[in-house]
Design a protein around this ligand. Structure first.
Ligand code: UDX
Length: 445
């Protein structure tokens, strides 16, 4: 099938490359000429395991095309994906200006029946707005082409985006139009050859499904973070509690890991957007507001702990940080807990010496060159001359640590672990103090 994807960001590029890999012909359209030129040369704007070879192969084999020419894009595919960004605007609601601009562009060049598919995460009711924007432009053009607006939210996880997209848990499709339904079934048939994972529903339910999924996951995490704060104060170990409750199939083991707060491009933005949507219709979302509040608090826990340890005198200290990205296997720093920690440390006059396997270039881009930030090439180099160690992201390379070396390198033998990577008893045997998240007496060693 011939498919057009507007927006070569995270979602658009992964979706396009995977569709091409399954044999569809895909045209990607973006306003950023440099991005398009780079993609043609095989330079991928994001770090995502498996994506580079997928893009290169499908581009070379002629199934994946890149252009800035919107007219060419609209004329190319019967199916038109909108996968542009929906950044939060000032009050936290999703800003639809890019989505609606693409809708108008599609209408401007429309030359026959089109299925317009919302892939961006958009608030309930957006499909109606996209529909109205298209209708308005077609009216201005005085043409009467048929079209259908479909909601098809994305559920991929960063770091596992390619595999999530290739074998999705479910494909949610919101449409009331039979012709669109059949075309989309055909589009996704190769993705779900062995199990039919397509779930068809009305447009608004599909739009809400995306938010409900992310808000549910964020709620699980904030719940566990609250339990971990309680465990700490009660002298219990949250890791034992986690295993204890996860064994109940109704609760499950997924997404109940306590930590230093959730980040990324989805959870913080989507929780906030649904709170705003609820507000806009006069419904106060007490639960989601609490989920957000708990997360803000959780991102401050590491700094508070350091500040207590150093009796509010962090000026002149050098803090080693392992892991900066919002989670492992990505270079994404959006809403990362490490940012809250670093910014608080700088404000308190401390220096940061950090290592992250992928995100350091991004950190440099965000913060520029500054005297109180040193980015080093290995986890060992981060320890040299540092006063203490903090772990913000659970990259695999941090799991096996040389505790003798850590003790020797640090001025104060102490680890603040925001991701509960180690067995507290083991760390203590090496003569290190270990402040983990919600692990009872480990915090007072
Ligand atoms: C998320 C959803 O998982 C995905 O389905 C959706 O399409 C987009 O949003 P992503 O943001 O890539 O994906 O990352 P995810 O793995 O969900 O992690 C989000 C944050 O939650 C990270 O900061 C992670 O560290 C944190 N987290 C996750 C926890 O603190 N505890 C957990 O148990 C799980």
């Amino acid at each position: 099938m011939k498919v057009t994807v507007f927006g070569i960001g995270y979602v658009g590029l992964v979706q396009a490359a995977v569709m091409a890999d399954f044999g569809h012909e895909v045209m990607c359209v973006d306003v950023d000429q440099a991005k398009v030129d780079n993609l043609k040369k095989g330079i991928i704007p994001i770090f995502e395991p498996g994506l580079t070879p997928l893009v290169e192969t499908n581009y070379k084999e002629g199934r994946l095309h890149f252009t800035t020419d919107a007219k060419q894009g609209v004329e190319f595919g019967e199916l038109q994906f909108i996968a542009v960004g929906t950044p939060p605007d000032e009050d936290g609601s999703a800003d639809l200006k890019y989505v609606l601009a693409v809708a108008r562009t599609i209408a401007q060049y429309q030359n026959g029946y089109k299925v317009v598919i919302d892939k961006s995460t958009v608030p309930v009711g957006t499909a109606d707005k996209v529909d109205a924007a298209i209708a308005e432009v077609l009216k201005e053009r005085d043409v009467d082409y048929d079209y259908s607006v479909v909601s098809n939210p994305e559920f991929l996880k960063e770091g596992a985006a390619v595999s999530d997209c290739m074998s999705p848990d479910r494909i949610v499709i919101g449409t009331d139009d039979e012709q669109a339904r059949q075309l989309i079934r055909e589009l996704y048939a190769p993705f779900t050859r062995n199990h039919d994972r397509m779930i068809f529903m009305d447009v608004k339910s599909a739009e809400l499904t995306k938010y409900a999924a992310n808000c549910m996951l964020a709620t699980k995490i904030s719940f566990m973070n609250e339990m971990s704060n309680l465990a700490e104060r009660l002298g219990a170990d949250i890791e034992k509690v986690r295993q204890g409750i996860g064994s109940d199939a109704r609760i499950g083991y997924h997404f109940i890991y306590p930590g230093c707060g959730y980040g990324g491009s989805c959870f913080p933005k989507d929780v906030q957007a649904l709170v705003r949507t609820a507000d806009s219709i006069g419904y106060e979302s007490t639960l989601l507001k609490a989920v957000e509040t708990v997360n803000y608090g959780q991102k401050e826990v590491l700094f508070k702990r350091l500040n207590d340890f150093y009796k509010a005198d962090l000026a002149g200290k050098t803090v080693a940080i392992w892991g900066l990205s919002f989670k492992p296997n990505t270079d994404d720093m959006r809403e990362a807990s490490s940012r809250v920690l670093m910014e608080s440390l700088w404000q308190a006059g401390a220096k940061v010496r950090a290592f992250d396997p992928e995100a350091m270039e991004e950190v440099q881009r965000i913060y520029g060159t500054r005297d109180d930030l040193e980015l080093v090439g290995t986890k060992d180099a981060a320890l040299k001359g540092a006063d203490c160690l903090v772990i913000c992201t659970e990259w695999k390379v941090f799991r096996a640590a040389n505790f003798d070396d850590i003790k020797e390198q640090l001025t104060d033998p102490v680890i603040f672990d925001g991701r509960n990577l180690y067995d507290p008893e083991q760390v203590k045997r090496y003569g290190l103090a270990y402040y983990a998240m919600g692990r009872g007496d480990s915090i007072s060693s």
